[in-house]
Write a protein that binds this ligand. Sequence first.
Ligand code: MSP
Length: 511
Amino acid sequence: MPRDPVYLTTPLFYVNAEPHLGHTYVTLVADVLARFWRARGRTTFVLTGTDEHGDKIAQAAAAAGVSPREHADRVSALFRATWDAAGLRYDHFIRTTDAYHVAFVQRVLADIHSRGEIYFGSYRGLYCVGCERFYQERELVDGLCPDHRVAPTEIAEENYFFRMGAYQERLQATLEANPGLIVPEGYRREVLALLREPIGDLCISRPKTRLAWGIELPFDSRYVTYVWFDALLNYVSALAHLGRMELWPAAEHLIGKDILKAHAIFWPTMLMAAGLPLYRRLCVHGHWQMQQGKMSKSLGNVVRPLDVKARYGMDAFRYYVLRDMAFGQDAEFNEDSLVARLNGDLANGLGNLASRVLAMQQRYFDGVIQPLAAEPIDLALRSAFATAARELDAHVEDLAFHRGLEAVWRALDHANKYVVETAPFTLAKDPARRPRVGAILHELCEALRTAAQLLAPFLPESAERLVALLGLPAARLEDLELPWGAAFAPGHRTLPLPPEPLFPRIEVPAA
Ligand code: MSP
């Protein structure tokens, strides 16, 4: 039976900053999930892109001395180029300035306006440009925006409003009835708590006299819409444009906790007003902190993904962020911890196992695989990998990537102990025991093959290198049903070890 498709989205990144660790993390999670589910027979589709309208983009462009469009073109291209260079794959890259998106937003606006869901009114409120939204007094901390720590600006003007409040009860009931709709669970509870107070209506416009860099309202050319009413619709406009609306019910939005309210309150009520079904789930991750606190240009501690890649390789970067952040919680980015993961888990745990096995396979058998009936200790090794595969599936379903990787490393630790316990290097000295040495190495080659398959979504380059060293085609990586013992045909040869290790260790200067 064909499995459900999965449609993964990242937030659309503002073009007022260059791609950094936070943007990379969420895009990487989408890439991992897509690779993971594709190998398990599901159709996947990843959407990412850039959010280009609004005050703060206009301000960034002015600061750079260029027009908003020139600025957006440059930074949007930079995001794309960064994901391409980092090997983060997506199926479509949307810009909120794309003509099809603008037309889509205008169609939705015209439609819900004609049904009385949008009204004109005057408004006075506290606006944070960093968040591009109004704050209620009680949401502020000491009168400041809790995220940007700046006092919001008081704005009084006539604007258009979306009757968001009319959907409050329906949203609340939906959230209560669907425990898995927002994950991890703590965020669903956070949203339910917000819904205990009136949510009010949503201001969706700006007079052009104040902000021209937005999408013109189809029913009043003096106004534009911007950021939320504009950007959130990207998740649907892209599918409509590509003729892939069948994917919409399979939508899983990946977002940071900073934009929870927009995705858990604004967006579902907009969907209700537009008569569209809700997304399948909202997956909310925590923030990367730096030792000095928040990552920011002014602190000069912005982590650029391609710098990290150049220093440690993309796979080590991928492994570190997925292993050290529990999805949903905050984590601290620290280069020493990255190096410790690289030298420990990757170089010692996996790399060393691979090089020992492949070196012995070459030295004793010229690379030719030597299968033989299994002994009990071999069956225990097989079952360690079967357990890891089962646990990995369950943890990835729950977005607990760190636990999934831990499970695979338990199997790799088991394999390293198996090498010590079976001691093929000692047995090899006795010609009578050579067949058993061949059998042990065959088991270990199967262990490496299985590890490469399980890790391929997380460490795509290394997994490919590893199966190539085992003499297997890259397509085997997605062959998850392959039974243990079936990967290597009689006479199969593994390759000689190349001089450069799978994961070169980073020398740490003595403290
Ligand atoms: N443009 C809006 C989103 C519109 S979605 C329709 C926006 N853009 S953003 O450029 O600020 O990106 C926010 C997202 O980037 C966060 O939700 C999160 O996924 C990621 N991160 C940005 N900084 C982050 C950290 N320090 N840590 C982890 N991820 C964070 O909001």
